[in-house]
Design a protein around this ligand. Structure first.
Ligand code: G6P
Length: 611
């Protein structure tokens, strides 16, 4: 949450900052602001989106080659101009942008008030700005020392970039919990919450670790810990293509990402499944495979869509590897007193690799001695660096706030992991193993075909765009798909939607069904097909509207549902990959028809770095 950008070099900073903020806007869009060192330290900030800031700045003097920018997802204080970042310290010595939460801010604030400081915003960030300034003036120390000393007094999470008016040749950055990446150019450095604003300028990056502080001049980088221990920067090469973070002719990132799924799934198993389907290699599990095979149980943790993928994973590991599995919301797991043993394997699923609750749950599992693995999309993010091993999804950057291709890539990884463990444990015969890999291999082509029915999903969206409620039903592997379909609709169209296991409908939601209630039923041919046919009849008997996702050629449900959307046949264990696509597109079209901001739905953020 919150996007951070910084530049120091010889170029005009403003275009780099504003374009960077546009790339980072998925992280929050309540307000935006920039600060540029000109003759003085200038700050411009505005409630609303980056485009509002751009309009506001259009007639201002923004020349300068050093600057910082921020796009906010509000935590402390409502979204308005005053609470927008950057924040300036009371006497104007420091300007600061921050992603994260300073948890002890109220104690620090009252101490600063006792010492004569006053505050104009409601934010925790202004407290930090004033704390740094207080230490700087009182201790007569350098800006760097003041920042480091202030950070030793702070409890919480931060990604920070700071400018000191009296030392206008440098940026100071620090990280704990919230991500920061430094891009290395020629006589220039870039700073950002992720690599997307940097990739068009350089592919050489340094990922800051917790408790790192970086002092950047245009031709010098010093990296140290907050305790003043010098560090040797480790430079990584970005494997990211600029095309991957642009819309490429699609009206929205979400639509582009839905249509990318055949390719992103292919990328997820590329180089892992051998062409003859006899071999499956997951390099990130190689070293820890003996522990994985000896596991007592698997605990899957995640949030939002990643948690839904985890539910599909539960069925997969049970079916294919005969392993007991529990799936937990990271936020609940971390605050319970969960029983975790050394023989447990914890799998953390996260698109961003930065979700605060998931990171905290990982720490809990590590402390208990469990083997901890990650399934993440963003290479170099915190979760892959905190875990003992894992598998990247390789879906490419996902910019639309509502997750689509990350979900199908996560399910693909979970399927590969379950197939591999099943084979190694002797649960799957060679024929089963090859058969499942073959099924997986066929998914991209089947999905490509499914996407050709986009107009049909749009027609249905036109019919039901004004509904106030939707119900989504599924059984077995398709219950998590029902949850995911409902979440997609809620997130982007603001229509209330619930996902339910189809049989549970009788224990509550059936009371809601009337002639105005669209019920989306995932009713593809699997072992509970007859049961779900009965559930459809129960809905129809109460005049509900049934939109059924069915297997190609299904005539039975065609005769009873109001609408059928066919998907190609696939093994039920991986057919969730196909069944979710019509639901993604249905939500997308409904949201567009309702005039909603599909890529940046209200109140949400893509990367939730606060608990
Ligand atoms: C936010 C996003 C969701 C995402 C969830 C978990 O709520 O809007 O799309 O599923 O966070 O994020 P993660 O990066 O851990 O998968």
């Amino acid at each position: 949450m919150c996007g951070i950008i910084g530049y120091i070099g010889n170029k005009n900073a403003y275009p780099i900052l504003i374009n960077g903020l546009k790339r980072l806007e998925y992280r929050g869009y309540d307000s935006a602001g920039i600060s540029i060192i000109n003759e003085d330290l200038r700050v411009f900030k505005k409630q609303g989106k980056v485009s509002d800031l751009e309009n506001y700045i259009s007639d201002k003097d923004i020349s300068g080659t050093i600057g910082i920018g921020h796009t906010r997802w509000a935590t402390h204080g409502e979204p308005n101009d005053i609470n927008a970042h950057p924040h300036t310290s009371e006497y104007g010595h420091f300007v600061i942008i921050h992603n994260g939460i300073i948890e002890n801010y109220s104690i620090l604030k009252s101490k600063l008030i006792d010492r004569g400081y006053s505050f104009s915003s409601e934010t925790d960030t202004e407290v930090l700005a004033n704390l740094i300034e207080y230490i700087y003036l009182k201790g007569k120390v350098t800006a760097e020392v003041a920042v480091r000393l202030a950070l030793t007094k702070v409890v919480g999470a931060y990604g920070l970039v700071i400018i000191c008016r009296d030392e206008p040749d440098k940026l100071i950055a620090a990280r704990k919990g919230s991500p920061l990446v430094i891009g290395i150019g020629e006589d220039e450095y870039f700073l950002a919450s992720d690599a997307t604003p940097i990739v068009e300028y350089t592919k050489s990056v340094i990922y800051l670790n917790n408790d790192d502080v970086a002092i950047l001049k245009k031709d010098e980088l010093i990296l140290k810990t907050i305790k003043n221990e010098n560090l040797v920067p480790k430079v990584h090469k970005l494997d990211l293509d600029i095309g991957a973070i642009e819309k490429n002719g699609f009206t929205h990132f979400m639509l582009k990402e839905i249509f990318e799924q055949p390719r992103s799934i292919q990328d997820t198993f590329r180089g892992r499944i051998s062409p003859d389907l006899k071999d499956l290699r997951l390099g990130g599990l190689f070293d820890i495979m003996p522990r994985l095979l000896a596991a007592n149980r698997i605990i899957i943790i995640g949030c939002g869509t990643s948690w839904h993928a985890g539910l599909v994973g539960e069925y997969l590991f049970e079916d294919l590897a005969r392993l007991p599995v529990e799936v937990e919301y990271a936020s609940e797991f971390r605050y319970r007193n969960p029983l975790i043993g050394k023989d447990d394997v914890v799998i953390a699923i996260s698109q961003s690799g930065e979700t605060a609750d998931t990171l905290a749950a990982i720490q809990l599992a590590k402390d208990a001695g469990a083997l901890v693995l990650g399934i993440c999309n963003v290479v170099g993010s915190s979760i892959p660096r905190e875990t003992d091993g894992g598998v990247y999804t390789h879906a490419g950057p996902e910019i639309g706030v509502a997750s689509t291709k990350a979900f199908t890539a996560q399910v693909t990884v979970l399927a590969m992991m379950a197939i591999l463990i099943g084979q190694k444990k002797g649960v799957l015969s060679e024929a089963d193993f090859e058969g499942l890999l073959d099924e997986l291999n066929q998914i991209p082509a089947k999905m490509e075909y499914l996407l050709t029915f986009n107009d049909k999903y749009k027609e249905i969206a036109e019919l039901y765009q004004k509904a106030n409620n939707f119900l989504y039903l599924g059984r077995g592997y398709f219950f998590p798909v029902a949850l995911e379909g409902a979440l997609k609709l809620k997130e982007i169209s603001y229509i209330h939607a619930e996902g339910y296991p189809a049989a549970e409908m009788k224990h509550g939601p059936i009371a809601l069904i009337d002639q105005n209630m669209p019920v989306v039923v995932i009713a593809v041919k699997d072992k509970s097909y007859e049961k779900i046919v009965s559930n459809i009849q129960e809905v129809k008997a109460r005049n509900g509207i049934v939109i059924a996702i069915v297997s190609e050629g299904d005539e039975i449900i065609k005769g009873m549902a109001d609408h059928v959307l066919e998907i190609p046949h696939a093994d039920e264990k991986i057919a969730s990959l196909l069944a979710v696509v019509p639901l993604q597109l249905l939500s997308y079209h409904i949201a567009v028809l309702r005039g909603c901001d599909v890529d940046q739905p209200r109140n949400l953020a893509k990367s939730v770095t606060v608990e």
